[in-house]
Write a protein of this length. Structure first.
Length: 290
């Protein structure tokens, strides 16, 4: 009887944890969104204070949970959510506003690639720093060799297939006047943009959370929860002709990227896979630059 009550309590805690993760993760990606049209609150100072306050609350909650014998096992998830909030804020300040104040033109393939590379550096360095501060290692966020050969095979094949079909797929992203002659000069900037974006988003979501969620939810549910938050983040994008179709594609892709990361025990295969799928998006964006 006691074991049944204990099992019921553990399942209750896991349900609450799943709801908290999706709610807080979604809140961070909506409220902190560095790619939105403006601050959530009308007053920019209040908006900044709200974001700072959220990060402080998450950090304090993580540290308090760490001191609790009963709930200590959950503290890494809360700390990862705190990390996510800080990373998004840093991306806003240095990756969006910083580039704007430096007067860098993002409306060109080269400028866009620079912005993505800058974002990648900010996000990856911040995630690695906070991972070490929490006592984690690079392997805890899947930065390791893993099954490297399998990862490179899966990543390379999916990247090549996505790149080969990128011109017709780019029509979903409002592409204009695409031709091979027009695309060839963009190739270096396409590769930089796609690889940088694939790297930052795979570490930002699956790398940061997969190992922390798996002990409580197993493989599939962990992938599912992360995919849900990841898909929701893309709900307000403006570079697609149909958000509904785009989100219907993003969610299963997010599940696939999580599966590849788990299967290969490293981030490299999912980065290449993700980068390949980003090429049609960036083709559409580049084609609209004047």
């Amino acid at each position: 009887m006691k074991s049944n009550r204990l099992a019921a309590r553990e399942w209750g805690e896991r349900i609450v944890l799943a709801l908290l993760f999706t709610a807080i993760g979604s809140y961070i990606m909506i409220v902190f969104n560095p790619w939105g049209s403006g601050p959530l609150l009308h007053n920019k100072v209040e908006d900044y204070l709200a974001k700072i306050g959220t990060s402080v609350i998450l950090l304090v909650a993580a540290l308090l949970v760490r001191r609790s014998k009963r709930f200590e096992k959950y503290w890494q998830i809360l700390f990862a959510l705190f990390t996510m909030s800080v990373v998004v804020s840093l991306d806003l300040v240095f990756g969006v506003y910083g580039v704007y104040y430096l007067n860098i033109d993002g409306n060109s393939p080269a400028g866009f690639a620079f912005i993505k590379l800058n974002e990648c550096f900010i996000v990856v360095s911040a995630i690695i720093t906070f991972t070490f501060l929490s006592g984690g290692s690079l392997s805890s966020i899947y930065i390791q060799k893993g099954k490297l050969k399998l990862g490179l095979i899966i990543g390379s094949v999916t990247f090549i297939l996505a790149a080969a079909g990128s011109i017709p797929i780019a029509n979903l992203f409002n592409a204009k006047d695409l031709s091979l002659d027009r695309i060839i000069p963009w190739i270096p900037w396409l590769l930089i943009s796609a690889l940088a974006n694939g790297t930052l988003e795979e570490l930002w979501f699956r790398g940061l959370f997969l190992r922390k969620l798996q002990p409580f939810f197993g493989n599939f549910i962990s992938i599912f929860l992360i995919a849900f938050v990841f898909t929701l983040m893309h709900g307000s994008v403006t570079y697609t002709a149909s958000n509904a179709i785009f989100l219907a594609i993003v969610f299963p892709l997010a599940l696939a990227w999580g599966y590849v990361m788990q299967k290969t025990d490293s981030v490299w295969g999912s980065i290449l896979f993700h980068a390949g799928m980003d090429i049609p998006i960036f083709l559409g964006i580049f084609s609209n630059f004047s």
